[in-house]
Design a protein around this ligand. Structure first.
Ligand code: SF4
Length: 378
């Protein structure tokens, strides 16, 4: 579309007008909590191949709550204006206008782009589209979600891949998928940097912990506001402080593992490793943080760790409910620690390779990625 073409005019008092119009016209008050340079930041949340579970997880966050971010209730953090593909009040062309204004640089504040779900390869969609979102206001053409990613990522202050599908491809990229699904970095390229130099920030999990998302957003907002350094990311682009430990290290069943008490069925008080728990090598803080307000979590609710935060999930952790390939029943965590560290390291290095910009690669590279993953070829 012609990016110079003016958008239709909206009444900024209309509650269904684009948020970017309403926000700009809102009365500005002196915020006693404002400490940095930014009064607000737009948070644009888009989805590709997703189940929307990451959206549900984010709305359940408690530390901090999404509502606290939206209200600007945390000292030092700019207020968040949320443009969400499910939660926004406006819809249709009024909602799409927010994205067009962001692309044109017409927002009155920076924007962070959050992407939920895999990125679908529209070159394999034939005459249709795997996933569309909104229409071009001039031509009526449905715009593929992956095109929005291409159009908005360059101008974003940061891009957050929320959930395993956005981070690594996840279930939509499992063996046999026909959509060419992949993670954001596969699509944008390892060399992607935001408008202020931030690489893609990945918060994996299926679904991720809502607190992991809102806490990372808060850390990025502090950075954008000039009050903190860029949050430390590990070599996979994850917030380092959230994914440095294994599920196993804080599991409520760890004492059973160390005493060699292993469950044969999914009930009772015992370690679940013989039933397929990947906790000893999976980096995830669910056993430390819980799911909502410190409560819940796979092992504490009687389930196994299926590796949902990790690159290669689900293919590399399938079939589920079969004993993983490490010497868990040796009984001593200390004795097996070195082996597990090497296995974890090997798994981390079997992440998607540097790929360059997607546009420079033949479509088949992404289309057959899942088959290569399942066969161990990278
Ligand atoms: Fe918990 Fe799984 Fe480790 Fe057993 S193997 S202690 S169930 S994380």
């Amino acid at each position: 579309m012609d990016l110079a073409a003016p958008l239709r005019s909206y009444d900024p008092q209309d509650p269904l007008a684009p948020l970017a119009i309403r926000s700009r016209a809102a009365t500005q008050t002196t915020d006693p909590l404002a400490l940095g340079a930014l009064a607000k930041v737009y948070l644009i949340w888009l989805g590709g191949g997703s189940c929307e579970g990451c959206s549900v997880a984010a709305t359940g966050a408690t530390h901090p709550r999404l509502e606290q971010l939206l209200a600007g209730a945390i000292p030092g953090l700019p207020r968040v204006e949320l443009v969400h593909c499910l939660l926004s009040t406006e819809s249709g062309s009024e909602w799409t206008a927010n994205l067009l204004m962001a692309e044109r640089g017409e927002l009155d504040a920076p924007y962070i782009l959050t992407w939920e779900g895999s990125v679908l390869d529209e070159s394999t969609a034939g005459d249709g589209s795997w996933s569309g979102l909104g229409q071009d206001p001039l031509t009526g053409r449905q715009i593929p979600t992956s095109e929005w990613l291409d159009r908005l990522a360059p101008g974003a202050a940061a891009v957050i891949a929320v959930g395993t599908c956005a981070a690594w491809g996840g279930i939509p990229a499992a063996a046999g998928n026909p959509t060419g699904s992949c993670g954001i970095t596969d699509h944008l390229g390892e060399g992607y940097r935001s408008a202020v130099g931030v690489p893609v920030v990945k918060i994996p999990g299926c679904a991720p912990l809502g607190d992991n998302y809102t806490e990372t957003v808060a850390a990025l907002l502090l950075h954008l506001n000039g009050l903190a350094p860029l949050p430390e990311l590990d070599d996979l682009g994850r917030p380092a402080w959230l994914f440095s430990e294994t599920v196993h290290s804080s599991c409520a069943r760890l004492s059973y593992y160390e005493r060699g008490v292993f469950a044969a069925e999914l009930d009772g008080n015992a370690c679940l490793v013989e039933l397929g728990c990947w906790g000893p090598i999976v980096q995830c803080n669910i056993t430390e943080r819980g799911v909502i307000n410190g409560a819940g979590g796979c092992m504490s609710m009687g389930g196994i760790c299926i590796g949902c935060t990790m690159p290669g999930f689900p293919d590399r952790f399938s079939p589920l409910f079969e004993r993983p390939e490490f010497p868990a029943s040796a009984g001593s965590q200390k004795a097996s620690g070195g082996f597990l560290r090497r296995l974890r390291s090997a798994r981390r290095h079997r992440t998607p390779p540097p790929a360059g910009l997607a546009a420079a690669r033949p479509p088949s590279t992404r289309f057959y990625r899942s088959e290569r993953v399942s066969s161990g070829v990278r």
